[in-house]
Design a protein around this ligand. Structure first.
Ligand code: HEM
Length: 413
């Protein structure tokens, strides 16, 4: 038995536009999602950005699907070529499932991100100005377990879309090639098929719904961003009095900075709050020492992704460890200047550090001291949960200093 009218019509322009935009985006998501989960397929520098593009395009699929549903409500599908009840039923089922998956796949992806304890933000188009909020899920679901359940769901639903896509294309091919009926052509902007008329009210409805969703999400994201903990530059701790025979560092003319690599590019930041107690005489290295204390909250992070997790437990854990310390006690001459050795303490864990530096006495009695030290962030539990294999954030962090100091007045003067 055959159903349907003899007059086959094509879809209108709005339906075609949304159909092909969503289809292209889903293909990109399926191929990209597959590739990014097998990370060595993507170049190092692009991996992190790729995740963000996956989230951006996925949320656009959700937005366009809302618009497509609004469009379809006012523009029901045009009559198709006659087909058996079974075929018509199968086509309806596939289309219905498609709509369900077009909503559920992006929603489950959004759920993965929202349940993830790593708190990596979603920035649409990688823009710091377009933060997207997490789903308001119960706090107890935000765990590795919750994330893993959501990821499995997302994967199963995503690959179900692929299976459905195969059925969908096979059905259209069968009708077009074997039955020689207008099927593909109904969704093609070329050809002589009469088009379904357009209910113009669908334009403001579809655009309005899409704008409401995207605009609402971005507005909520701005609010979330404002609450997110950030490594704000705080007032630097009061300078400690210099030890007798030591040096008084001119803080206004001195700088501590650091550099790491993130997603294949250099990521730099400033260390604004610190105190330094230095004893150094090039002629008496045995007595030399340096104690530097750094206010953890004063460390600025250039990259918005790292910034969001830097103050938390997987980062510097500022609440529990408000300061970092460097103690240098062994000084020796080197080919290029001097070398100091000692320990660095971050999050209560200490590790040895070597600091090559130059010491240039100035005509006015002051000195210019510049150097650097490298730390292995994994030795201090920095980002061990978020990126233990250093796929995005490099293991090495180079801290540089450029100091201007004057000899401290002798005791009693
Ligand atoms: C039509 C929309 C989407 C499609 C077709 C899609 C497809 C995929 C695919 C095929 C994978 C790889 C699964 C695997 O092989 O393990 C994946 C992973 C992922 N997707 Fe999507 N995705 C979509 C939307 C989204 C959205 C909107 C988000 C977040 C806002 C998202 C976040 C993720 C995440 C975080 C993963 C990695 C999951 C894990 O850690 O196992 N996706 N996606």
């Amino acid at each position: 038995m055959r159903t349907g009218s003899a007059e086959v019509r094509g879809y209108n322009a709005g339906a075609m536009l949304l159909h092909w935009a969503i289809a292209l985006a889903i293909l990109f998501q399926l191929a990209g999602g597959f590739a990014m989960m097998r990370l060595d397929v993507l170049p190092d520098a692009g991996r992190f950005a790729f995740f963000q593009w996956h989230k951006t395009v996925g949320l656009l699929v959700l937005t366009l699907t809302l618009a497509r549903i609004a469009w379809r409500l006012l523009n029901p599908p045009p009559a198709h070529a006659p087909m058996s009840r079974v075929e018509a039923g199968a086509a309806h089922l596939v289309h219905g499932l498609f709509y369900a998956l077009m909503l559920l796949v992006p929603l489950s992806g959004w759920f993965v991100v929202s349940a993830s304890p790593t708190a990596i933000p979603t920035l649409l188009f990688l823009s710091e100005h377009l933060p997207w909020p997490n789903l308001p899920i119960p706090a107890a679901w935000r765990s590795e377990g919750g994330e893993s359940v959501a990821a499995t769901l997302h994967m199963v639903l995503a690959y179900s879309t692929l299976a459905l896509l195969v059925l969908h294309v096979a059905g259209a091919l069968k009708h077009s090639v074997l039955d020689r009926q207008a099927s593909f052509r109904r969704m093609m902007p070329v050809g002589h098929l009469p088009r379904q008329s357009t209910a113009l009210l669908a334009i403001p409805l579809a655009v309005g719904l899409a704008t409401l969703f995207l605009g609402g999400g971005l507005a909520a994201g701005q609010g979330e961003g404002a609450e997110a903990p950030a490594l704000a530059a705080r007032e630097a701790p009061a300078a400690q009095p210099a030890e007798a025979g030591g040096w008084v560092v001119d803080k206004a003319a001195s700088r501590f900075t650091y550099e790491a690599s993130f997603s294949g590019k250099p990521m730099t930041g400033d260390i604004a709050g610190w105190t330094a107690a230095i004893r150094f005489d090039p002629a008496d290295l045995a007595q030399a020492s340096a104690r530097i204390e750094i206010d953890a909250a004063s460390i600025t992070v250039g990259d918005p992704f790292v910034r969001s997790s830097a103050p938390g437990p997987d980062g510097l854990d500022i609440a529990a460890h408000p300061s970092l310390a460097v103690a240098l006690d062994r000084f020796e001459k080197s080919e290029t200047g001097f070398r100091a050795q000692g320990t660095v303490t971050i999050k209560g864990q200490s590790a040895p550090i070597e600091v090559p530096f130059t010491f240039e006495p100035q005509a006015d009695g002051s000195a210019h001291v510049a150097g650097s030290g490298v730390i292995d962030r994994l030795a201090f539990g920095l980002g061990t949960k978020n990126d233990p294999a250093a796929q995005w954030l490099g293991r090495e962090i180079t801290v540089r200093f450029d100091l201007r100091a004057a000899p401290a007045p002798a005791l009693g003067t």
